[in-house]
Design a binder for this molecule. Structure first.
Ligand SMILES: [Zn+2]
Length: 314
């Protein structure tokens, strides 16, 4: 069922709604809440969640006789609905970042009211999942991000079957995020980071769609899915395992490498060309042997820009 999480009026235009999907038996407690598009230009997450909503709606309607939704699922594919329309990360009217507005309030500015409605709708779920991407210049391997996780969250993170689980300590600075506001509630929280902003990367999206179906299966929400043995190795990485390469010189950076591949120490991963005469200014080498978890996709490089990140296996 589609309902409106929030209906808002605007000064000199039609009002707008933030729609969400409520699926599974209405009588059961909310089991899984999925949130995408807190940032309007992070299209991978919006695409994944809209496709998941379509799939689960068909499951609910009985189109897949072998599958059944045993518990309730809430999906908000795009929180920043106006940002999606205008292809902006932030809220178009005042350029505020919705993911810096939590826990929000009912009487505040528009984005604070949006934050409040999202938190209210999701905070009591057993499992809460927020999907993001990297920025528009950089591509990240689809990964689970944990911030100051509990032991049980560490275990549950493996249900996605994604090859990388990145653990960070809880930021004392960014306390106004959805993820941070979820922390005080019982239940488990996860952040997925998928590819880069501004585009749909089909392979990443399909990978994460399967990850979410696997998660719902293991959580006992989607009954009847075949829970395949973990087909790829799952690695946990802490912050110290990440080795970053920054541009020593400006130029045009080009690479045909794909994220998610294991690379050797000293392996060539791309080249910086002189932007005018086309000479190779520098070959970019992997600093260590490890997993290529992130790479710059915007070719124009200034000195000091982040080019790539390789994570060393612990
Ligand atoms: Zn984001």
């Amino acid at each position: 069922m589609i309902r409106n999480l929030l209906c808002m009026t605007a000064p000199v235009r039609d009002g707008f709604d933030i729609p969400c999907h409520e699926l599974g038996p209405a009588s059961s407690q909310l089991s899984v809440a999925l949130v995408g598009g807190l940032h309007g230009d992070e299209i991978n997450g919006i695409f994944i969640l809209s496709r998941l909503a379509d799939f689960l709606t068909k499951v609910d309607a009985g189109n897949y006789p072998e599958l059944r939704l045993a518990k309730r699922v809430l999906i908000i594919p795009a929180v920043n609905v106006l940002g999606v329309n205008q292809r902006t990360r932030t809220w178009p009217f005042d350029r505020s970042d919705i993911n810096r507005m939590f826990p929000g309030s009912t009487g505040g500015e528009t984005t604070q009211r949006i934050a409040y409605a999202v938190l209210e709708a999701t905070k009591r779920a057993e499992f809460r999942i927020d999907i993001h991407t990297a920025g528009i210049d950089f591509e990240e391997l689809p990964q689970v991000r944990l911030y100051g996780p509990s032991e049980v969250e560490r275990e549950t993170a493996r249900w996605f079957g994604l090859s990388a689980i990145m653990e960070r300590s809880l930021s004392p600075v960014f306390t106004t995020t959805l993820k941070h506001s979820w922390k005080v509630w019982p239940g488990q929280s996860f952040l997925l980071r998928v590819g880069q902003a501004g585009t749909v990367q089909l392979e990443h999206c399909q990978r994460v769609f399967r990850a979410l179906v696997s998660f719902l299966g293991r959580a006992g929400v989607l009954v009847g899915t075949e829970l395949a043995a973990e087909d790829e190795e799952i690695c946990s990485f802490d912050k110290a395992s990440g080795y970053r390469v920054f541009a020593k010189k400006a130029g045009t950076f080009v690479s045909d490498r794909q994220v998610g591949r294991w690379v050797g120490a000293g392996q060539e991963l791309g080249y910086i060309y002189d932007s005018f005469n086309g000479n190779v200014v520098e070959s970019v080498l992997s600093p260590v042997a490890g997993l290529l978890t992130g790479i710059r996709r915007h070719p124009l490089l200034f000195e000091g820009d982040l080019i790539l990140r390789v994570n060393k296996k612990g």
